[in-house]
Design a protein around this ligand. Structure first.
Ligand SMILES: NC(=O)c1ccc[n+]([C@@H]2O[C@H](COP(=O)([O-])OP(=O)(O)OC[C@H]3O[C@@H](n4cnc5c(N)ncnc54)[C@H](O)[C@@H]3O)[C@@H](O)[C@H]2O)c1
Length: 418
């Protein structure tokens, strides 16, 4: 049913790094204002609310609890942007507030990953259904203009005349996460595979799916994966992680993978074999975050690399400025020839993603990318961890997937001890 409202009030749970990205994207989003922030850390909440007001994307205020934010009649939808280990408690509080009639919401969206494992992701799907909420899974890369436009052109020209694409390669690499909790397997749910391969598997699956077709057009058939820890178990880097975490992180004994790859074989409805190949790492030291994508078919190909930006700047060694992230996300240097991504929130897909979620909620329909997709991504990632632990190719879905928790998320993975 179409919403009676023409403008939605959005509340964010979590006021950290990703919320700032969403807020910056919101200058390109119509039909919704950011009106609320809840963060356990009141200072972070206040800073995010202030940023929203400064960007003029909404008169955001802060709340003392999620329930208080849901209960505010000005709030129509919630964006879950708190750490992975808070997923179920956050969604439980939202659903309970709605089901007990403390407040009314149209929908909820959730950042990747939907859960640290299949059980958690499925719990989010169930809670959204029980509370009768529309649900959106926040996979920004599906909404990146280059990805959307590239898919449109490849399918309209190459695929329609010479046959469908059969191979998609996607990679996401940078030099390591910004907050300590990402590095801790138990809190995050894994290492780089869980953190970043979620983007690549979904983006590659999206490129191989015909425009407008549903997700079940492609059936995952089998999967193999590999992971290790290349950089962050080296003694100097073990020390570095210990330091940034106040002694909590112990990568000598309890590392998480910083490099992973996977190969997923799909079958389309005609029985054609299609392949997704992904690579991901927290040990890539280049200018900054690098997202790359390739799509190949019988007579065509597509390539995309975010660091091949049109804008480049050069600073001589005399320019001794402060370290920052003003040129590109996860920037590693400030001198020499540097690529600049002029509008990261747009180019990485956050603007398109938020526009889509808002439009869907206003029209009362389920977003194109929703919690079922988040659950499917989690299933693929957990099957990848199973393949790594067993050292073999898994047919999909492997037995035991529902209750599987990777060894890295139990603090029991160490490639040095295998
Ligand atoms: N789409 C992407 O590319 C992308 C990029 C980064 C992060 N993320 C995802 O976004 C989520 C948040 O990551 P981040 O980088 O913003 O982390 P962050 O550490 O920068 O910020 C997290 C914020 O959440 C707050 N918080 C902690 N527990 C909370 C709770 N129970 N309720 C409310 N707030 C709480 C913290 O105080 C902090 O301000 C993660 O799930 C992460 O995987 C997605």
């Amino acid at each position: 049913m179409k919403s009676k409202k023409s403008n939605l009030g959005i509340g964010f749970v979590g006021g950290g790094f990703i919320t700032r990205f969403h807020l910056r994207s919101w200058v390109g989003v119509r039909g919704a204002d950011v009106l609320g922030i809840f963060d356990l850390d009141q200072k972070k909440a206040a800073e995010a609310a202030q940023l929203a007001r400064k960007l003029k994307v909404g008169q955001a205020r802060t709340y003392k609890s999620i329930t208080e934010m849901v209960a505010d009649p000005a709030i129509d939808a919630i964006w879950i942007c708190s750490p992975n280990f808070t997923r179920t408690e956050v969604m439980e509080e939202i659903a309970e507030a709605v089901m007990k009639g403390k407040g009314e919401l149209i929908g909820v969206t959730c950042e990747k990953p939907l859960g640290r494992n299949v059980k958690e992701a499925r719990r989010l799907v169930d809670l959204a259904r029980k509370a009768n909420l529309l649900d959106g899974y926040l996979e920004n890369q599906l909404f990146a203009p280059a990805v959307r436009r590239g898919k449109e052109i490849i399918w309209a020209r190459g695929a329609s005349l010479t046959g469908r694409p059969y191979l998609a390669r996607a990679a996401e690499e940078h030099s390591g996460p910004h907050s300590a909790w990402f590095w801790e397997g138990e809190l995050q749910g894994g290492g780089v595979l869980n953190d970043m391969m979620c983007h690549s598997v979904e983006e590659a699956r999206f490129m191989l799916t015909p425009p407008g077709a549903s997700r079940d057009e492609l059936k995952p058939v089998k999967l193999s994966a590999y992971a290790t820890c290349l950089k962050w178990q080296l003694p100097d880097y073990v020390k570095k992680l210990k330091m940034i975490s106040g002694g909590q992180l112990d990568y000598a004994q309890r590392p998480a993978e910083d490099f992973a790859r996977s190969i997923i074989e799909y079958e389309d409805r005609k029985g054609n074999i299609l392949v997704v190949e992904t690579t991901t790492s927290w040990c890539y030291v280049g200018a900054g975050l690098r997202l790359s994508l390739e799509l190949l078919g019988p007579e065509y190909s597509l390539q995309y690399n975010t660091l091949d930006s049109g804008l480049k700047v050069f600073f001589s060694r005399q320019v001794k400025g402060r370290a920052g992230e003003d040129l590109v996300e996860k920037q590693n240097a400030e001198v020499g020839q540097m690529p600049v991504i002029s509008c990261e929130e747009f180019e990485y897909g956050y603007t398109g993603e938020n526009r889509h979620m808002v439009e869907s909620f206003l029209e009362g329909r389920r977003p194109e990318e929703n919690f079922d997709d988040g659950l499917n991504v989690t299933e693929l990632l957990m099957a990848a961890y199973m393949s790594i632990e067993k050292g073999k190719t898994m047919t999909f879905p492997p037995a035991g997937l529902e209750n599987f928790i990777p060894a890295v998320a139990r603090g029991q993975w160490n490639p040095k001890k295998q």
